[in-house]
Design a protein around this ligand. Structure first.
Ligand code: B12
Length: 237
């Protein structure tokens, strides 16, 4: 039993290293298949992938890697996410609520956003994915049209941060802000920044995104049952 645990740890370390060294799509595919055969938890594989990608980012910043490695690491990560997606599939058919999600204007990073979207669907949410490079106008239109419970915005480029603030400003302007909950996430976002721009929550990863969304929907249910009770009392009167 202990040996098995050790093998899994060893696998995760190796996998993180493979991501960091940008070994290529074929090799990581083989490794993920191997990991799944060994019963390594998909979420742990995702976590190791993220750590490996952090290394890629660091090496890119330091000039050790170039755009080529960045692109290849992106392809590897998309492959890993696609391989793991079936394992994160919905356990429930009952809809928990509706989420509109997208990556902000000017930003083409979508791997993290896609994992958040998959996680939310796995948790029973209906997810409308607007994709990448989504302008404030498009976000507002989607909120108007889809009437979601939650708006989720992702950003990986620091220069994309002001676009998040712009979406919230526009939603306020057209009177839609208070009809939805807003969560934000992605590498340059912090709790502090989320508060500053008037978002309702910051999530550091996909599991937290799901936890927050579930909490909000439970809160909504409580509010609803509170309203029903009040209505019942009014009816009695
Ligand atoms: C892969 C990659 C790319 C790929 C993206 C492929 C794709 N389809 O997404 C490509 C090659 C296209 C790319 C391009 C560029 N990139 Co790039 N890229 C990366 C890299 C290495 C990994 C990103 C990633 O996928 N991480 C893995 C996922 C799983 O993690 P994540 O995105 O953080 O998501 C998790 C959480 O943040 C959170 N989360 C994410 N979104 C949301 C949303 C909500 C609501 C919540 C609650 C949570 C949440 O949950 C996710 C899952 O757990 C990062 C380095 C890094 N460590 O982040 C650089 C990085 C983001 N890139 C960077 C740069 C500079 C660029 C380019 C400008 C390079 C260039 N010279 O062209 C271009 C920009 C293109 C553009 N206009 O967007 C910089 C950004 C620096 C900055 N401060 O702005 C980074 C940080 C690298 C670095 N250290 O310099 N990149």
């Amino acid at each position: 039993m202990k040996i098995e645990g050790f093998q899994k740890e060893e696998f995760l370390r190796e996998f993180e290293r493979a991501m960091a060294e940008v070994v290529g799509v074929e090799d990581v595919r083989r490794m993920v298949e191997e990991g799944l055969r060994m019963d390594v938890e998909p979420l742990k594989i995702l976590e190791a992938m993220r750590k490996g990608l952090d290394d890629v980012g660091r090496k890119y910043e330091e000039g050790e890697y170039f755009l080529m490695e960045l692109i290849l690491s992106g392809l590897m990560a998309s492959e890993v996410a696609a391989l793991l997606k079936p394992y994160l599939r919905a356990q429930t058919r009952q809809s928990m609520g509706k989420v509109v999600i997208g990556t902000v204007e000017g930003d083409l990073h979508d791997i993290g956003k896609n994992i958040v979207a998959t996680m939310l669907s796995a948790g029973g949410f209906e997810v409308i994915d607007l994709g990448v490079d989504v302008t404030a106008e498009k976000f507002v239109e989607a909120v108007e049209k889809e009437k979601p419970d939650i708006l989720a915005m992702s950003v990986l480029l620091s220069i994309g941060l002001p676009h998040m603030a712009e979406v919230i400003r526009r939603l306020e302007k057209v009177g839609l802000r208070n009809r939805i909950k807003i969560m934000v996430g992605g590498r340059p976002v912090t709790e502090e920044y989320a508060r500053q721009i008037g978002a309702d929550a910051y999530g550091s990863d996909a599991i937290e995104a799901l936890r927050i969304a579930q909490e909000w929907m439970r809160g909504k249910d409580l509010e609803r049952s509170g309203e029903d009770k009040k209505k019942d009392n009014d009816d009695v009167r």
